[in-house]
Write a protein of this length. Structure first.
Length: 261
């Protein structure tokens, strides 16, 4: 049985200024994504040049932060927002929802695509392989914060999280998500998009793989205390929100290849 290291959530403290690890992981995700995006702009079929990649990063960052936070409030913890509206702005305390962030990024890409005269899916296919970098970094931030732990388990790598309401060994589900949503998803999408694919195919594969990975991990992840299980003593909000992603992704892949044929 392992024990969570209980990292100090504050990475750097200078007087009243405090920089949290959670924020740093997002910063690393954005910077690495920007660097990889610049590499992708050198492809002959890239819809962006290197200068536009920097502009797009700004729009995506806004979409992630605003969409992720509002998504968490709407999907997972609206009651806390009503009780403490200022909690909405305390992002460093955690509380970001991927599905909300995804919607925010989609709006940001749609807006920027119109600005530069490109289609939404041209940008979506370009950005999709970069997203797992941010997802993986965010899951490391969750692990450092000791939040979003898994369900009780007796596996040898079970971990005790002091922040949990008990001292039971639990699945380190944040690390599972880092491995699947971060590492595995990145490898699959980077390889698939290394050559020209029909428009929508890369976006579709992203939706399918992320949805499948998220549904799998939710079986060992502790559901949010304020929500619990939605049905059948196993269905979670994360699974419910991921199912439409899989269906939409499959539809995009089929449509992309049929139209290309």
């Amino acid at each position: 049985m392992l024990r969570h290291p209980q990292f100090d959530p504050v990475a750097i403290s200078v007087g009243p200024l405090k920089v949290h690890w959670y924020g740093l992981t997002y910063l690393v995700g954005f910077l690495v994504g920007w660097w990889l995006g610049r590499l992708r702009t050198r492809k002959p079929w890239s819809p962006l040049n290197e200068e536009q990649m920097g502009d797009l990063l700004f729009y995506i960052a806004l979409g992630v932060i605003l969409g992720g936070r509002f998504g968490y409030v709407v999907f997972y913890n609206f009651d806390q927002f009503l009780a403490d509206p200022l909690w909405l702005f305390r992002v460093w305390e955690g509380g970001m929802a991927f599905h909300g962030g995804l919607l925010g990024v989609m709006v940001a890409m749609w807006w920027y695509a119109r600005k530069i005269g490109r289609t939404f899916f041209e940008l979506a296919d370009f950005v999709a392989p970069l997203v797992p970098v941010g997802l993986g970094a965010g899951r490391i931030g969750n692990f450092i914060n000791g939040e979003l732990w898994g369900r009780p388990t007796d596996v040898p790598w079970g971990m005790v999280f002091p922040q949990a309401p008990d001292l039971l060994a639990r699945h380190p589900s944040q690390l599972y998500q880092f491995a699947l949503e971060g590492v595995a998803l990145f490898i699959a999408l980077w390889w698939f998009s290394s050559r020209k694919r029909p428009t929508m195919a890369v976006s579709g594969l992203f939706l399918v793989l992320y949805g499948c990975f998220r549904i799998l991990v939710e079986f060992v992840r502790q559901p949010d205390a304020q929500l619990g299980y939605l049905a059948f003593d196993w269905l979670t909000m994360g699974q419910l929100l991921s199912l439409p992603m899989i269906l939409a992704g499959l539809g995009l892949i089929v449509f992309a290849y049929r139209r290309n044929t």
